[in-house]
Design a protein around this ligand. Structure first.
Ligand SMILES: [Zn+2]
Length: 241
């Protein structure tokens, strides 16, 4: 999906292909619909997954990218299942950030059940910082995104804000189901690989919960470390009643 003009408005960084399709894919679809250039950098190819193989998952990721309306999707092929927050990993991600120059970066929430997700958050944040240091040399000039936000759908925290994805939910679901190797009907359904209907119900329940917090059908939650500034208190997105 490499293109001549790589500059992005929004870049989501995730541990595995199929992560953003569960966490912030609706927001990416929405932003693309608003005319912004969106991209996803997956850190691993998910080669530790029980089903499918990395090449198949990368092909599925490309199909999901098309459904998400991404302008760019890349994969760093760092080791799945044992992501480590090393200088080398941060430098690789920083080099991509400098090349892509996203204005905003979306990361997984920093506390997660899957260690790779927590490491992806640390690597991503460290990389954004590193990318802005002039003395750190990569093949592109120093650059730091203006905003970092954490996708918190699987975290037990109060979101800083929720994005309305009512119109985008179905397409996000299609993008997730593009990973046929992960979400296709298995020979024997199990707790680890539930069928697509079960997955849809789970994700709809989560999206419905967060949507309800802002008075819409489906939503995706985010956490920011900084307090959000308001310049016009009449322009708040959520009504009180
Ligand atoms: Zn994952």
């Amino acid at each position: 999906m490499e293109e001549a003009r790589p500059e992005l408005d929004v870049l989501a960084i995730a541990a595995h292909p199929d992560d953003v399709e569960q966490t912030c894919g609706g927001t990416l679809i929405r932003m693309a619909g608003l005319g912004y250039r969106t991209g996803v950098l997956d850190l691993t190819a998910g080669e530790m997954g029980t089903r499918g193989d990395p090449e198949l998952r990368l092909r599925e990721a490309a199909e999901a990218a098309r459904l998400l309306g991404l302008a760019w999707r890349g994969n760093l092929r760092l080791p799945d299942g044992r992501l480590e927050n090393t200088f080398e990993a941060r430098l690789k991600v920083a080099a991509e950030i400098r090349r892509l120059r996203p204005r905003a970066v979306i990361l997984p929430y920093w506390q997660a059940r899957h260690p790779d997700h927590a490491r992806a958050a640390e690597i991503g944040y460290g990389a954004c910082f590193l990318a802005g240091l002039r003395r750190v040399e990569t093949d592109a000039p120093a650059y730091r995104p203006r905003n970092v936000m954490y996708s918190s759908v699987y975290a037990r925290v109060t979101p800083s804000f929720v994005v309305d994805i009512s119109e985008q939910f179905d397409r996000r679901m299609q993008a997730l189901l593009a990973y046929q190797s992960q979400y296709g009907l298995p020979d024997e359904p199990s707790a680890l690989f539930p069928d697509p209907e079960e997955i849809r119900e789970r994700l709809a329940a989560l999206a419905r919960y967060y949507g309800n917090l802002i008075g819409v059908r489906y939503g995706e939650p985010f956490v920011t470390r900084e307090i959000l500034r308001v310049d016009d208190i009449l322009a708040l997105g959520s009504p009180s009643f």
